[in-house]
Design a protein around this ligand. Sequence first.
Ligand code: BTN
Length: 324
Amino acid sequence: MKSKRAEIINAFKAADGKTISGEDLGDQLGISRTMVCKYIKGLREDGYEIQSSPKKGYTLKSVPKLLYPEEILSGLNTTLFGKNIHYYDEAGSSNDIAKKLAPVVEEGTIIVVEQQTGGRGRLGRKWASPKGGIWFSIILKPKVALSAASRLTLTVGLSVTNTLIQYGIPARIKWPNDVLINGKKVCGILTEVEAEIDTIEFVIIGVGINANMSLKDIPEDLRENSTTLRDEIGKSIDRVDFLQKLLHEMEQQYIRFNTQPFGEILSDIVSLSDTVGRDVKVTMPNRIVEGKVVGISKSGALLLKKEDGEVEEIIAGRCIYSKK
Ligand code: BTN
């Protein structure tokens, strides 16, 4: 069911720049004029420019740049990714919505949320998702073994990094799931898999990009060496254009992922890696390992050379840099 807010936006769009009286709006929506005023106030707070003329009514002058499906679809250069969009002004977590939808929707379906109230990060952490960011999940149904899921996360990290580079932003990949600008985290990726024995039923890849917001929009306890695109480049980006470019890049990389040996993608990942060559500490549920990162294996694992010279493959864990 459409929200009253969406109904008001649609009524304005249908009016095509003409003035609508508060009474007409109230009648169309089945709400009082006081409630109409309340919704108009909320829309204005969100960047809608709505003029009010006494005795005449309201005129929509301009809309904020939101990630509306119609906006994303116009000019989207993909065949599968983002062709089916579920849009929410506000929701708990796009990954949770994606999980429910996955069994009944096509591969490539995306869930876009302007503001998440229950955004989730890796390892059970919270993910701050205020307005202005790019928070979305994509549903994939790759015909690969469960163990390939971590390679997909890295491949999406490569796609985000390549898209930022297209904008002239010097982004790098931090193993296993972050994208950094100037050493600070601008994007996190949360991959969740539904599988039967070893066969993947679907993969949900949640991508969170701190875009048109500033670090102070993130609660202090969640900032942890983060940054935002706006803080880094000093201006806002066109989020619709960014998401269109990113979906295109993700689809290209996904085609590669499904048709070529992973080594091809891996060499791109390694060349854009911020982690290879670093001294790190990796925290796993049962232990902590320290060493120098000497590479990333074909399975997407970190290759860590320990003090005793042994190179260990680390499949998953929290990676912290020991020195700059
Ligand atoms: C991390 O770095 O810990 C992963 C963060 C992933 C955040 C994104 S935002 C869209 C999607 N929905 C969520 O609840 N989380 C992911």
